[in-house]
Design a binder for this molecule. Sequence first.
Ligand SMILES: Cc1ncc(COP(=O)(O)O)c(C=O)c1O
Length: 358
Amino acid sequence: MTQKRWAKNFIRIEPYRAGEQPASDDVIKLNANENPYPPAPGVEAALRAVKTEGLRRYPQADGTDLRRALAAQHGLDPACVFVANGSDEVLALAFRSFFNSKKPVLFPDVTYSFYPVWCELFGIPYRRTALDGDFRIRPQDYAAENGGAVLANPNAPTGIALRPAEIERILSSNPASVVIVDEAYVDFGAASSVKLISKYENLLVTQSFSKGRALAGLRLGMAFGCAELIAVLGAVKNAFNSYPVDSVAAAAGIASLADGAYFARRAAQVIATRERTAAALHDMGFSMTDSAANFLFVTRAGLDAAALLAHLKGRGILVRHFSQPGIDAYLRITVGTDDEMRALLKAVSDFLREKEIR
Ligand SMILES: Cc1ncc(COP(=O)(O)O)c(C=O)c1O
């Protein structure tokens, strides 16, 4: 086929590839780190209370009510809170806002694979920093000259969390650049850095309603930082889309925040299931990283991870495999309900038996 002449003006970008979203509900879906439980009951009530007539109006441009609710929850000024359409959008806007140096932005060589995609999209130079042999981030590596840094905490797909002192070391060694701490998975056991924003003006913390709050379908994410960072982020948002958070999502998000007890109970349930599943996989000969997230990153001697992925898929169980060298012997398994994890463990054990892996 001859190439259309105008195609030479197209951007060429290798996009991020999200986990498969199957059309059927008849699968055990452990491939996108979604919450296995429903959102807080108040969310349904908030959605039912939405007045269709009101949808003819644009929403609040700066998500004022949702920002206020988030600010109140963290004891912050609303000027230190930003909201957008999922933390992916918050992160994309933050990359565009704060990474404008000719020096490379630093992030680990094993981390959320959207980071290099945004760098490519925005023409941001970047450098991947090697993790140590146990997949741990070495804080000293982030003292190198840089145009910014981004760290998922807990990291993905390993689930390993940095300690607050390690985050502080990275922040204090970077007075001239912004450090983004992506806390998409912080609700499952890691210490949040939100309390550090009053101490470090170069810190932006991003969080999500998708995981701990079970609202991935709603697309809500937030950032916390000093008022100056949040103002820049707001200006870039308004240079792109004035209304990223719709009024329905904002109402549902506020309702979710109002039920702290439900949120805590569900997070505790996921953590307990994670620990039970980790112990059971360990008994089957698997090893894994020390996950503080809602997923496990597992491997086993003699295991063909892609073959186990295919076997599980044949049983209607979706998990995630990354073909990146260094992690291609691992599977990332989202923590589901106890019943879902029982089905997973049974399918894994059948696979080991069929393949005579001892
Ligand atoms: C590390 C990390 N950050 C951010 C996100 C984006 O989450 P969302 O856009 O649903 O808030 C994800 C999603 O899986 C993630 O794994």
